[in-house]
Design a protein. Structure first.
Length: 132
């Protein structure tokens, strides 16, 4: 189960998601503000149709959140100091984009639900603070 302590202590939380038992498993991770803003900054250099921009931004966000697919770890986009590094991200993004689009779409859906569970960690743990 997800634990808010992982975010507070380690800066992220990870979860293994079994999509098809014994066939399709991913490990997903939460992302931080720096990573989110760096991807948005990279997108500012892009040109294309609205659909292209939305899809590329979605895939770049997905690249931030995928740790491994079927036990094979994707390269990290974080350097030794756990900071976003563009060249490392490009390597990871290129590797992820080689997977079939149907598979990426399924992982993206799983990531959406994972993000919701992470958000609920905060909502559930901090509900007593709402009116303080």
């Amino acid at each position: 189960p997800l634990d808010i302590a992982d975010i507070l202590i380690h800066g992220e939380v990870q979860q293994e998601i079994i999509i098809v038992p014994n066939k399709f498993v991913v490990v997903l991770r939460s992302i931080n503000g720096e990573e989110d803003l760096k991807v948005k900054q990279l997108m500012s250099n892009e040109n294309g149709t609205d659909r292209y921009m939305v899809d590329k931004f979605s895939m770049m966000g997905l690249a931030l959140g995928v740790v491994s697919i079927n036990g094979t770890e994707l390269p990290t986009h974080l350097n030794d100091k756990k900071r976003f590094e563009e060249k490392l991200f490009e390597k990871k993004f290129d590797m992820l984009m080689r997977f079939p689009m149907t598979m990426l779409s399924d992982i993206a859906l799983q990531y959406y639900w994972f993000e919701r569970r992470v958000q609920l960690l905060f909502a559930d743990q901090t509900s007593a603070l709402k009116n303080s």
